[in-house]
Design a protein around this ligand. Structure first.
Ligand code: BG6
Length: 508
């Protein structure tokens, strides 16, 4: 067993700057499920500044005291570790709440005085971090109003930052419009577009694996790699998010953001340094090299699916059209598979296949690198007719790790080869630190490090990939929905996508 470096949740290894954390949408799901549990974990790891306060804003009428009580109850349910009363006191002394309409300038006047009060009470020096845990229709509005109230101006050495949640736009045009709207009020270095996939340790490890080791990077190109498969399968359905999902679908929900984050990390060139801008430059550059699909190519390169009723973990589950707030004749996709071509020197001729869907057989997010098979010449005189492709799999979740499969001789007098695996599991080496995946992101924001956040041009590049598909699908509604059973591996058309190229998806 190695002796690992201390497992610090931050690349910086120090607490965030003193600040007030303002949550718009403070009574919503994100606050209780992710934000408060993450802040709690940061506190438990001594990564929150002592000079810290939280101001919750939402349209629900409630006193600060009731808000604190509510958060105190919810944290017990949603924290990833056992909550200590002593630690919770830290928050209890630092949380306040105000009700307000996000569109009303009076809300921001009230907020300004709430922030001044917090600064005085907690010694926070005018640094404010605004988190938009609200419906996307408010993102631009909130930034505009904050700027209008003078709350985003960085003077006297303090900082003002805004975290924008996803979805960032619903297509290329709206994403760019939102970028312009926000860009007219605050600087790019104050804008933190969050993608929680970039907070996952295993996602961050992709760069460490590629660029911190000598053995794979020389093979990481079209001379040795046959193709790449990215799978992001979920067992959950749309839960209580029918209204959101009906207007969104799997393509918008997962691909321009989370999946593109994985594509960029796996396909980017080595950056000049690990500073935020060189890293974000390379990520964006490779996304820009993805060949945009022509309308006539969409049917052959993109597959959509919608789950029907089925069985999951032994239990019957309803089809998408029977979920709450879903149109019984819905044409919204809950599954998408794509073939992408990256037109650059490294990846020319290496297809990247990706698939993501709800209500699939198993929850698994992984990236499989399939290497080209060696020539079988050496084994001419033996029974071995065909050599398997070596496969490197980056297991992102839930069983975090890296595995490598290759061929070995099966013991015995006859030359026969069998597939074997080498498996590394994170938990075996580094233990498993229970986290929500948001901790690093929140901390980085408090420290002003945007490396793990999406830049405006990265968002643009992601939408450029999916926009032609959205357009084509809008023109031709799917005629075969539902086309996969809940609990299955997805629609058969997705198998065809690879079969046409003589390839096969990994088993889920
Ligand atoms: C969210 C999507 O951004 O990511 C959800 O809106 C999806 O539909 C979720 O379920 C997946 O995140 P994770 O961390 O569970 O893979």
């Amino acid at each position: 067993m190695p002796n690992p470096e201390p497992n610090n949740t931050s690349a910086h290894g120090r607490p965030g700057d003193p600040c007030v954390f303002v949550i718009f949408g403070a009574t919503g799901d994100l606050t209780k499920r992710l934000l408060m549990p993450s802040l709690y974990n940061l506190l438990a790891n001594k990564l929150l500044p002592d000079k810290f306060a939280i101001v919750g804003v939402s349209n629900v009428q409630m006193s600060s005291e009731d808000f604190r009580k509510q958060l105190g109850e919810e944290i017990k349910q949603f924290a990833t570790t056992k909550v200590s009363d002593d630690l919770w006191k830290f928050f209890d002394q630092r949380i306040s709440y105000m009700a307000g309409d996000f569109k009303d300038p009076a809300t921001y006047t009230k907020l300004k005085s709430a922030l001044e009060t917090a600064d005085k009470a907690h010694g926070t020096p005018g640094n404010y971090l605004f988190y938009t845990a609200v419906s996307p229709s408010f993102f631009g509005e909130i930034v505009k109003q904050l700027a209008g109230a003078g709350l985003t101006k960085e003077t006297d050495g303090h900082w003002r930052r805004v975290i924008i949640e996803k979805p960032f736009g619903h297509d290329l045009e709206s994403a760019n419009a939102l970028n312009r709207e926000i860009g007219a009020c605050i600087h790019e270095n104050q804008t933190f577009r969050i993608d929680h996939y970039l907070g996952k340790e295993t996602v961050q490890n992709i760069m460490a694996f590629r660029f911190g080791n000598g053995f794979f990077e020389p093979l990481w190109n079209n001379s040795y790699i046959d193709h790449v498969q990215i799978t992001d399968a979920e067992t959950v359905g749309v839960e209580q998010r029918g209204t959101f999902y009906e207007a969104t679908g799997a393509l918008r929900d997962m691909v321009p953001n989370h999946i593109m984050a994985l594509v960029s990390l796996v396909a980017m060139e080595p950056p000049n340094s690990f500073e935020s801008e060189p890293v974000r430059d390379e990520k964006t550059k490779v996304l820009r090299a993805i060949r945009p699909l022509k309308p006539e190519d969409v049917p052959r390169w993109a597959v959509r699916g919608q789950y029907g009723p089925g069985t999951l973990e032994g239990k019957p589950v309803p089809g998408y059209r029977a979920e709450p707030q879903v149109n019984p004749k819905s044409g919204t996709e809950t599954y998408v598979a794509l073939k992408l071509a990256i037109d650059n020197w490294r990846w020319a001729g290496v297809p990247i296949y990706l698939r993501t869907g709800k209500r699939m057989a198993k929850r698994v997010t992984e990236i499989a690198i399939k290497f080209k098979a060696p020539p079988a010449l050496l084994f001419r005189q033996t029974g071995v007719k065909h050599l398997e492709q070596n496969e490197l799999v980056l297991h992102i979740q839930p069983d975090e790790g890296i595995s490598l499969s290759f061929s070995a001789k099966i013991p015995g007098p006859v030359v026969k080869l069998g597939g074997v695996d080498m498996n590394f599991k994170y938990a075996d080496y580094f233990g498993s630190a229970p986290s929500t995946g948001y901790e690093t992101l929140l901390l980085d924001c408090m420290l002003g490090d945007p490396a793990l956040f999406q830049r405006a041009d990265t968002v643009d590049a992601g939408w450029r990939v999916v926009d032609p598909i959205l357009d084509a699908w809008k023109q031709t509604p799917a005629a075969d929905f539902p086309n996969y059973a809940a609990g299955s591996a997805g629609p058969s058309a997705a198998d065809e996508l690879l079969k046409r190229d003589g390839r096969k998806w990994r088993n889920i």
